[in-house]
Design a protein around this ligand. Sequence first.
Ligand SMILES: [Fe+2]
Ligand SMILES: [Fe+2]
Length: 301
Amino acid sequence: MKGLKILKDGYLETVKNGSTTLSLLGHGGGIEMMKQTVLKDKLIALFPGEDASVQEFFYILKGEVEIEINDSKVNLREDDLFSAQDLDEAIYLTAKTDVTFLSVSTYPVFHSMSNVISELRKIGEEVERKDRYTFKHSSRVSKYAVKTATKMALGRDRIHNLFLASILHDIGKINIPEEVLKKPDKLTDEEFELVKKHPGDGAAMLRKTAYADLADIVEQHHERVNGRGYPFGLKGDEILVEAKIIGVCDTFDAMTEDRAYRKAFTAQYAVDEIKRLAGIQYDPEVVEAFEQVMIEEGKIN
Ligand SMILES: [Fe+2]
Ligand SMILES: [Fe+2]
């Protein structure tokens, strides 16, 4: 039946992290629903977040936890619940027995803890090491991308996917030989053909995981609105907005980094250059939002 999803005896994905097992039961509309099991005697910490609007709810299905509040202790058992929003300090809970909660969060907790993401991220870092980039390339790209998307009011789920896709956008480069990635001068046609495979290779890696819905974004991050990008030569609206956003942020970050064959360009020069190519290589709406972000970040004026 349309609109109904049944999942029997299963989770979308499970992560094990020492004494905690976290299973994703469902996500959508900016929330995640999880089942979490923590072993006896382990400490569970809830930290104040940066975002005051984030809410987390915990409903105890089985077991017992002790929570310390201002020197007094409260024990919570089956059918008890607690929630947290805009904490002013960290809260610590101790599992008195093995304890299982149902938890709902308005922030993507699960995905930031996921093994798959951290494995893929390691590949990304490996690539950056090979590629002469600093480690921080992908995280900077993701930061700019999320801010740009927020300006464009893309919606919470899409922004979340964009965040993950931008962190992973270059993982396909793992297949490019180091000599090619590090080559200080112009690539031969043959070498460039190898480089052009990285968006497709990255997408293929993602299609094998629970993050298959990020694959198209990764695959299209070097497409350009005039159809001169790669691998497909997609044009204008054929390219996902998310991919266009990564395209702009990635270009900016690459231009403002030192390379073997040139010094870094200034942020102002890079933005001006991207603006000059708005409507040619880059989506004008994305460029405009990106420029606003750069102004707000104090990178340009
Ligand atoms: Fe790339
Ligand atoms: Fe990149």
